[in-house]
Ligand binder design. Structure first.
Ligand code: EPZ
Length: 421
């Protein structure tokens, strides 16, 4: 296992290009299964999770190859309906092959994803939605087996859960509905930009979809979909991570090839925290603008503040004078980064779904343990500003969702290197 060592104290300066979106490309890769024809997807980041999804597509019988950011997927007509535990256990997003397999083959058998560091990852909403499309669900031996009675049939489906909408459940139902007979309405659909990107990919394939990006999505089933060329949106969570990196180091960076409109809630909070952000077409210019000020953040479904930037925001708040409150409403125990930030001198008290952050003058570098993708990003940000060296262990978590992170940070002046553990 690799580790990353960071010497803190450098103000980041310069320009960085954002990669394609992990959370957009993963469901789009699953959607490619909805036709036997080849799809070519561009702006694909070389990430651990993308390579896992390539392996999964191949294990289902599709041809898939990623070269220089271009992914070619040719599902063909000999797909198998089984997504094995050994692959699904490493990546929850594998569950989004359920809808496409059910629509193409009339059946699917996918290992239950289990939990991960940020909490239980149930799929009850996925199953509720697919069952409503006239499928039978059977859960046994850790697998969900799903089969259409005759043919998938459109339906009105309310996809609301305890935490609001579900991104991948919306994706699964939308994908299955594209080849169902008749009209499907998804109420309380997720509105994330990645859901919109998936809908655009499906519409280019010939699907009839309206309302993507709103809580009500309507899909009119069609007989067949075709292979397409498509370019994936930029990764808003990577872009947001670099915005927090500029803020925490008091730097001045241009973040390019991103969509400022995907980060309005984050930009609003950073403004409140005293960070200057100038927005351009596909770029933001981020620099510190005087003293940082404490803020209160609550994570909620899009367009509210994203849970995937909660840990990064907390790193910034840990060195912001005053008291900030971070409330996590999507994954109530997504606080694995808190004890690790504490090892660096952060003063954070957990109170149920909230963290009360007392800003300190200085963090001190220390060996810390990454636990999940975004927590590890928060530890890197803390290392950038801490006194001395910080050693982040188990950085395979980072490699799941950040492409060339050390190289990008080094190009901004950071003193950061990777070593074999
Ligand atoms: C997507 O996960 C993202 N992953 C997550 O990003 C992100 O944190 C999450 O959406 C929320 O924005 C991908 O897109 C690959 P959910 P997803 O279903 O779809 C509960 C990252 O760091 N729920 O929207 O799996 C669930 O427990 C990752 O890039 C049910 O109760 O998340 C959670 O509390 C982490 N039943 C909430 O809904 C269900 O059937 C939101 O989960 C499904 C979800």
């Amino acid at each position: 296992m690799d580790k990353i060592i960071i010497e803190g104290g450098v103000k980041l300066k310069g320009e960085v290009d954002i990669s394609g979106s992990k959370n957009a490309v993963l469901p789009i890769m699953a959607a490619a299964l909805l036709t036997e024809e080849e799809s070519i997807i561009e702006n694909v980041p070389s990430l651990w999770d993308v390579h896992t999804m390539v392996k999964l597509l191949r294990s289902l019988g599709a041809k898939a190859i990623l070269e220089e950011g271009i992914l070619k997927i040719k599902p063909g007509n000999h797909l198998k309906p089984l997504a094995p535990y050994r692959l699904v256990k490493t990546m929850r997003a594998s569950v989004c092959v359920l809808g496409p397999l059910l629509a193409r083959l009339g059946e699917a058998e996918v290992s239950l994803p289990g939990g991960c560091a940020i909490g239980p990852r149930p799929i009850d909403l996925h199953l509720k939605g697919l069952e409503a499309l006239n499928a039978d669900i059977n859960i046994q031996h850790g697998y969900v087996k799903i089969k259409t009675k005759k043919k998938l049939r459109g339906s009105e489906i309310y996809l609301g859960g305890a935490y609001g909408s579900s991104v991948l459940a919306t994706d699964n139902v939308m994908m299955a509905a594209t080849l169902s007979h008749g009209k499907t309405v998804i109420e309380n659909a997720a509105c994330e930009p990645e859901v919109v990107d998936l809908a655009r990919f499906l519409k280019k394939m010939g699907a009839k979809i309206e309302g993507e990006g709103s809580p009500r999505i309507e899909i009119e089933g069609v007989r067949k979909l075709r292979g397409v060329n498509y370019r994936v949106i930029p990764d808003r969570i990577e872009a947001g991570t670099f915005m927090f990196a500029a803020a925490i180091t008091g730097g001045d960076i241009l973040i390019r090839r991103m969509e400022p409109g995907h980060l309005n809630a984050v930009i609003d909070k950073l403004h409140q925290a005293g960070v200057r952000i100038d927005k351009f077409k596909n770029t933001v210019h981020v620099r510190k603008n005087g003293r940082l000020k404490p803020i209160d953040i609550t994570t909620l479904p899009y367009p509210a503040f994203p849970t995937d930037l909660q840990a990064q925001a907390m790193a910034l708040m840990s060195v912001t004078p005053g008291i900030s409150i971070v409330t996590e409403k999507i994954y109530p125990n997504r606080f694995m980064h808190v004890p690790e930030l504490g090892r660096m001198g952060a003063k954070i008290i957990l109170e149920g779904p909230s963290a009360i952050v007392h800003g300190v003058k200085k963090l001190s570098g220390a060996p810390v343990m990454a636990s999940d993708l975004r927590a590890s990003a928060a530890l890197v940000l803390a290392g950038l500003v801490a006194e001395g060296a910080t050693e982040v262990q188990r950085v395979y978590h980072l490699d799941r969702g950040y492409e060339n992170l050390e190289q990008k940070l080094t190009s901004l002046g950071a003193k950061i290197r990777r070593e074999k553990e």
